[in-house]
Design a protein around this ligand. Structure first.
Ligand code: SF4
Ligand code: SF4
Length: 140
């Protein structure tokens, strides 16, 4: 085998930065639009159930706790979640009641520990401000 053939390649890599990081001692910066774990901002949720309907993994459950008090419970089953962020896209509120973080260290020794839940009172969607009335066009 001709070792000399490998020398240029070897030398080139000797002076290059490593392609990997020393995980878990060093962490990688995730990209700005990284899809981590979904979570709810309950004070914004109008319980339209769009997130529950559109989740392809059936990872979101919404149930009434007390209809009269408009109190609901949402559970996100992170052991089922495939981190697609469809729930965030489907959420109609501004700002979005459904958000996604950039965490990626989610391992647990029991899948039930990955479950997150919130009990909250349904928010009221603020009506959009009415468009200003148009002035009649001047008669010619
Ligand atoms: S990120 Fe995707 S899979 Fe996870 S809860 Fe949202 S819609 Fe479901
Ligand atoms: S989180 Fe958003 S999409 Fe889901 S029920 Fe609440 S308002 Fe609707």
């Amino acid at each position: 085998m001709r070792v000399a053939a490998f020398l240029p390649e070897l030398l080139r890599h000797l002076f290059k930065k490593p392609a990997t990081v020393d995980y878990p001692f060093k962490k990688l910066e995730v990209p700005a639009n990284f899809r981590g774990t979904p979570y709810l901002r309950p004070e914004l949720c109008i319980v339209c159930r769009a997130c529950e309907r559109d989740c392809p993994a059936e990872a979101i459950e919404i149930m009434a706790v007390n209809e009269a008090e408009k109190r609901f419970r949402m559970v996100i089953h992170n052991d089922r979640c495939i981190h697609c962020a469809q729930c965030v896209d489907s959420c109609p509120t501004t700002p979005k009641a459904m958000q996604i973080d950039s965490l990626y260290e989610l391992a647990a020794d029991d899948r039930h520990k990955l479950k997150k839940d919130w009990v909250y009172v349904r928010a009221v969607m603020k009506p959009k401000p009415a468009a200003p009335a148009k002035e009649p066009a001047p008669e010619s």
